[in-house]
Design a protein. Structure first.
Length: 265
């Protein structure tokens, strides 16, 4: 039985963006970004590689590489104020993630989490974290991970962050003080809250959101927005029992697992 000290981090209006930074977003085409991207207080000149086309309203731009809108602090309407709020919410989320206590795991495996199977909770490292091979995050749709990393996060090329048992990428938070790199062809999952630069290398994929207090560099990246946590859906799935005479089903196990977790919370 594992503890579940972690609490989902409130992203506020930052959740309206897939990529949000304070000093720029660079892109080596062709990337595919689902959702909105934005920069503030830097202006739109710091968004490169997207072939932006300013909307007639002047409030946002469009790009064939971004399914949503592209926002910058020098655009019109409510955009500057909205971005100021979103950046504030992003930085508050970083602080909240860094401040969650108590840690369930401290200095887990010396920061080398490749090849490991992790359980939900708060993980705290005083230095960097490396993912040199696939890492698996287990749990249910109710579970939360908060990774507090004082150094850098480095995910090697062609490695995967694997979520099993119903864990949602929207419930996995990587708070990184020293910056993050996702290697070429790798698959990253979760909400990345970085105090410094984020680099997503050639052909990598992200299911989650990329937030940086400096800049984000993308190289032919595919980014998918994470499924949001929905308590009603999650609880319905967890409590469903498939009637199978004489056989324990997967849904039976999930219900039992959640019941046991509740007893120890």
């Amino acid at each position: 039985i594992y503890r579940r000290a972690a609490t989902a981090v409130d992203l506020g209006t930052a959740a309206d963006y897939s990529v949000l930074t304070q000093s720029g977003i660079t892109n080596v085409p062709t990337s595919s970004i689902a959702g909105n991207i934005g920069v503030s207080p830097i202006d739109s000149t710091a968004i490169t590689g997207f072939d932006l086309i300013l909307d007639s309203s002047g409030d946002f731009s469009k790009s064939t590489q971004v399914s949503g809108n592209v926002y910058a602090a020098n655009y019109g309407g409510s955009t500057p104020a909205d971005l100021t709020t979103a950046i504030g919410d992003m930085n508050s989320a970083y602080t909240a993630a860094a401040g969650e206590t108590p840690a369930d795991f401290t200095e887990y495996n010396g920061g080398a989490i490749g090849g490991q199977i992790l359980t939900p909770g708060i993980y705290k490292w005083s230095s960097g974290v490396t993912i040199d091979s696939d890492v698996t995050l287990t749990g249910t749709c109710n579970d939360v991970y908060v990774m507090q990393i004082a150094g850098t996060l480095a995910q090697a090329a062609n490695t995967n962050i694997i979520l099993t048992g119903g864990v949602l990428a929207s419930q996995v938070f990587w708070q990184v003080a020293g910056g993050a790199t996702v290697g070429a062809g790798a698959n990253f999952q979760g909400i990345l809250l970085s105090a410094t630069a984020v680099t997503i290398e050639t052909g990598a994929s992200v299911t989650g959101r990329l937030f940086s207090q400096t800049n984000v560099a993308l190289q032919m990246v595919t980014l998918t927005e994470p499924t949001a946590f929905d308590a009603s859906v999650c609880n319905a799935v967890s409590s469903t029992v498939t009637a199978t005479v004489g056989t324990a089903t997967v849904t039976d196990f999930v219900r039992l697992q959640n019941t046991i977790f509740t007893m120890f919370v």
